[in-house]
Design a binder for this molecule. Structure first.
Ligand code: CP
Ligand code: NVA
Length: 323
């Protein structure tokens, strides 16, 4: 069966933990796995712009013995001149995996439905699960165990990062709190899925409009831009709506004394985060950015292994069909 990673809960708690273990071992020994030996090609398709996702997947695929094919916005027929299903069928004949940054989650689901190779969500309007793996790796490096730790997300609580923190941190057995203004809170189905996961892992979920309630005693404080890709025309309005949710030094003071700060980047200093926080001693954002590389290499290795498509597998364990 082909394994995909479209949303954080596509990995079970045990699988997420083993991907993070593998990420740590790949960070320590960068070229120790070669599931893409050949070199096999991984398509990395962008409908939106990117720095970290592009660089980390391009580098990671090469590290794993493969060759990345970056397709920039507007460069392929996908989704406009050709259906997602037909593109998926073509990709599956040549590529070892597809990473896709796009708008609608439904597009990723359609791609996965018609793909015989792993499909990875490189960010959609709803989720950014690769980023959460990198964040969890960063927190694990800093605190050791994730289970029982509290993460507070403050800002646009209806965006892809908030959703993925809810699902990914609940999967890790963390206590996850998200705070945002009325009208900018996560969808009920996302909260319900996070609560279900938290029920199985010993974590918990809190959704509130009160930033202070979310921040109180938290081990990790996180935020994201108030204006996600595709929302640029709402910038002025959003800047006003979210002003009370800025992560300032005063906000950090409400968290635990040894609390750390994370941000997926790109960051807007003076808006969602104060410069003294993101550039200060509590900030782990550069480790977090680097960890995209290690976490995604582990994810790709896991997906290829468990789909029977890894060049590292003995021939007898490899899937019959050839590309
Ligand atoms: N954090 C993140 O996904 O960054 P890019 O948009 O630069 O890929
Ligand atoms: N919420 C942001 C994340 C960028 C990595 C966006 O979607 O633009």
């Amino acid at each position: 069966m082909t394994r995909h990673f479209l949303v954080d809960t596509d990995l079970t708690p045990d699988e997420q933990a083993s991907v993070l273990d593998l990420a740590a071992s790949l960070k320590a020994d960068r070229f120790s796995r070669r599931p893409l030996a050949g070199p096999q090609t991984v398509g990395v398709v962008f409908d939106k712009t990117s720095t970290r996702t592009r660089v980390s997947f391009a580098t990671g695929v090469s590290d794993l013995g493969g060759s990345p094919l970056i397709i920039n916005p507007g460069e392929s027929q996908l989704g406009h001149k050709e259906s997602i299903a037909d593109s998926a069928r073509v990709f599956s004949r040549m590529l070892a995996a597809v990473v896709w940054r796009t708008y609608e989650q439904a597009g990723l689901e359609e791609m996965a439905e018609h793909s015989t190779v792993p499909v990875v969500n490189g960010l959609s309007d709803d989720y950014h699960p690769c980023q959460i793996l990198a964040d969890l790796l960063t927190l694990r490096e800093h605190f050791g165990d994730l289970a029982g730790r509290t993460l507070a997300y403050v800002g646009d609580a209806a965006n892809n990062m908030a959703n993925s923190y809810l699902l990914g941190c609940a999967t890790a057995g963390m206590h996850v709190r998200v705070a945002g203004p009325e009208g900018y809170l996560p969808r009920e189905d996302v909260v319900a899925a996070a609560r279900e996961r938290a029920g199985a892992t010993g974590g918990s979920v809190l959704v509130t409009t009160d930033a202070r309630e979310a921040l109180a005693g938290a081990d990790a404080v996180v935020t994201d831009t108030w204006v996600s890709m595709g929302q640029e025309s709402e910038k002025a309005e959003r800047t006003e709506i979210f002003a009370a949710y800025s992560v300032t030094a005063e906000a950090m003071a409400l968290a635990a004394q040894d609390a750390v700060f994370l941000h997926c980047l790109p960051a807007y200093r003076g808006l969602e985060v104060a410069a003294e926080v993101i550039d200060g001693p509590a900030s782990l954002v550069w480790d977090e950015a680097e960890n995209r590389l290690h976490a995604q290499k582990a994810l790709l290795t896991f997906l290829l292994d468990s789909s029977g498509l890894s060049a590292d597998l003995p021939a007898a364990l490899r899937r019959e069909e050839t590309r």
